[in-house]
Unconditional design. Structure first.
Ligand code: HEM
Length: 200
């Protein structure tokens, strides 16, 4: 058996629940660092950033599934788990922000006065219908074609997530630019694929 065959065989043996368990490790790691004073001078902000960045990484992983399949690495079985994990991290990220402010007027002011928060919220809201329909019953009820159309919301959601990150940093740090470059590359691959499947 060649190397890619061995990898494919190995991946087939990985149970999906293991992806959920491993996917929660960054959350517990963040919590552990928070409880042991390992998050620096602004622990709440650091936790918020850690959870936001992890959410974005999972969303990007979802987007990478199709190009990887084309390259011979089939991770389609794990797509739903990765999507659900990204939603869980967005909820935790949002939860830390809400707990940090703990006042509706402050939350409202942040939401309307800070464009990066508005953009983040828009990305988060787009993920809600995706999370609610990430189950077999929803696929059956909507039918595969409508379900697939609905799940194209992943593309604006991940783009807004990347823009949200770019907007909140000052100057031109490498990380958000790199995330955005990866998002644009993966999206252009998806758009090319959609054009091939549904030519104008
Ligand atoms: C649901 C509404 C959201 C709110 C209210 C929100 C709010 C915030 C806040 C307050 C920060 C920290 C800013 C600082 O450094 O002081 C942040 C950072 C961040 N958020 Fe969000 N966000 C939301 C949604 C999202 C979504 C949907 C994603 C990605 C899919 C995301 C990804 C990030 C990233 C990557 C960072 C920066 C992490 C870093 O600095 O390493 N956020 N967000």
């Amino acid at each position: 058996m060649n190397r890619s065959g061995a990898i494919a065989m190995g991946l087939r043996r990985v149970p999906v629940w293991m992806v959920y368990c491993l996917g929660m490790v960054p959350a517990f790691w963040g919590l552990w660092l928070g409880l042991t004073g390992g998050l620096g001078a602004e622990p709440v902000r650091a936790l918020e950033q850690h959870l936001g960045e992890t959410a974005l990484q999972f969303l990007i992983a979802v987007l990478a599934i199709t190009p990887l399949r084309r390259a011979g690495v089939n991770l389609v079985r794990f797509r739903r788990a990765l999507g659900v994990l990204s939603f869980v991290y967005v909820c935790l990220h949002l939860g830390v922000w809400l707990l940090d402010l703990r006042s509706w007027p402050l939350i409202w002011a942040d939401l309307v006065k800070r464009p990066y928060i508005t953009v983040g919220m828009a990305a988060g809201l787009l993920l809600v219908p995706l999370a609610l329909t990430s189950n077999d019953r929803a696929v059956r009820r909507l039918g595969p074609a409508r379900w697939r159309r609905l799940h194209r919301l992943t593309y604006p959601a991940v783009s807004l997530g990347g823009v949200h990150y770019l907007m909140l940093v000052k100057g031109w740090p490498a990380a958000p630019i790199l995330y955005m470059a990866v998002i644009i590359t993966l999206l252009s691959f998806r758009i090319r694929l959609l054009r091939v499947r549904f030519p104008a």
